[in-house]
Design a protein around this ligand. Sequence first.
Ligand code: GRF
Length: 203
Amino acid sequence: PRVVVLISGNGSNLQALIDAQSYDELGGEIVAVVSNKADAYGLKRARDAGIEAVALPHQEYESREAYDGALIKVIERHEPDLIALAGFMRILTPIFVQRFFGRLLNIHPSLLPAYQGLNTHARALADGAREHGASVHFVTEELDGGPVALQAVVNIAADDTEATLKEKVQAREHLIYPIAVRWFLEGRLQLVGDDVTFDDTPL
Ligand code: GRF
């Protein structure tokens, strides 16, 4: 199975997927990485791993629809079974989401449905939350609103700061994203209607 990963920045989650692939634990192959930012460090991670790295800067398109049309073309050239969003910081149009519906996963730094959107760590701390974490979810037209596939919880300590909390959550992201991708590629995790279904037959 073939995976295209979309990024905008550092690409530490991309790296976790690349590492899983190198240990034969991804269940498929990352065939391309696409970034809307030409200077994203994740593009270098892709090249270093011998993966095709594509910069598709959004500034060069006059509308969201035009950009997403171009993005669809690039993605479809690679015939992916799965498109994994890994820190891709753009809102996708309904046309994009519909085109790949059921084949789009995202990683989000909160225990969804809590803290959709940005600045999740600061908001959890400001609320005095006791727990925080990371979620892998299917992408639907509702931003950060699609059904959750897998979550990891971290406890918030009294002395946690935004930076320490982010670090703890990211460590969990790097653990759960490769697992969710593998389950999806093995057909054990699916979006059926509005719900996630698991084939939980023991391996
Ligand atoms: C991660 O925290 C992810 O949850 C969010 O964006 C961040 C991307 O980090 N969607 P990286 O580029 O994978 O290091």
